[in-house]
Design a protein around this ligand. Structure first.
Ligand SMILES: [Zn+2]
Length: 309
């Protein structure tokens, strides 16, 4: 029997909104600060650290903390970019006089980074006396560093589609990304090369708001020319769902909490219209149907068979 992994709490990965929460939390403490010392307590996480990781980062100043899809991109002076992916359970804790901040906090039993915990793999000492500790008990996270001028050609970044935000994704761009694609719309939206940063939960919600069945074929929605109304609807739904989720600090499934572990952050998870609601009544008051769950590419799709055609 195949186990559907996306419903197991321990399998839930931080999605784009959670990574954005972490980015904002890191930026407060890292920006314009010099890295004075780097300690690695392992040679690898999911992948080995680059060979000169410690010497490359040491002595450099943080110029910006950005996000691309689910990657954190920390620009350092002198043409270096430090990339970090949180994997499944990776997280950052900032420690120092009077502060302890964990932007993005898991509730699955993994301890918060202390600088000396059993899963604290990377410890960054900053010149301002603070420490940034990366803990990752399942070790699916990873880091890299490379010349900033080569960022666009980096193997992990070069094929990513546009960000799902209003400034990057227009109906024209979405239509062009889906045109000719024989995959279902569900798979096409999950494919990071079409649109970057959309996870399973968000795609289920986006398709419900757009009134589109997850089983529809992408190219049939995009059409051959022009911008079909469904594409315009779907573009707004993508923007709305992502912006609401970022404002809420992430989807906050069992693994994830916002800054400081605040339970009130996580609003978004209580407002799912279809995700994880199979058998329940559709939230549309004029609809009497119940939410269905099907499996597509080994991921669950939740949808209303009446509202989504
Ligand atoms: Zn319905």
């Amino acid at each position: 029997m195949k186990i559907n992994t996306d419903l197991l709490p321990s399998q839930n990965m931080p999605e784009l909104p959670e990574v954005e929460t972490v980015r904002q939390g890191l930026e407060i403490h890292l920006l314009d600060t010099k890295i004075s010392k780097v300690i690695l307590n392992r040679d690898d996480l999911r992948f080995p650290f680059p060979p000169n990781f410690i010497s490359e980062l040491t002595g450099r100043t943080v110029k910006s903390v950005r996000r691309r899809a689910k990657y954190l991109l920390i620009s350092l002076d002198d043409n270096l970019t430090w990339l970090c992916h949180l994997g499944m359970t990776g997280r950052w804790t900032l420690i120092g006089d009077g502060i302890e901040s964990t932007p993005g906090k898991f509730s699955n039993g993994a301890p918060v980074g202390t600088g000396s915990g059993p899963h604290d793999w990377v410890i960054i000492h900053l010149e301002n006396g603070k420490q940034a500790v990366f803990s990752d008990h399942r070790r699916f996270g990873y880091m890299d560093c490379f010349k900033s001028t080569e960022e666009k050609q980096h193997r992990l970044l070069k094929n990513l589609g546009p960000e799902p935000t209003p400034s990057e994704l227009t109906p024209e761009i979405l239509a062009s990304r889906l045109r000719g694609k024989k995959a279902t719309i569900k798979s096409a939206l999950l494919n990071q090369n079409n649109v970057a940063g959309l996870g399973n939960i968000y795609v289920c919600e986006i398709l419900f708001r757009s009134g589109i069945s997850p089983k529809k074929i992408a190219k049939n929605i995009a059409g051959k020319t022009g911008i079909p109304k469904k594409i315009v609807l779907m573009t707004s739904a993508i923007h709305d769902v992502i912006i609401e989720a970022i404002d809420a600090g992430g989807s906050t499934l069992q693994d994830f909490r916002g800054i400081g572990g605040d339970e009130s952050i996580g609003y978004f998870s209580h407002n799912f219209a279809v995700y994880d609601r199979q058998g329940e009544e559709c939230i549309n008051s004029e609809c009497n149907a119940r939410i269905k769950r099907i499996t597509q590419s080994n991921r669950s799709s939740f949808y209303c068979p009446n509202c989504q055609r």
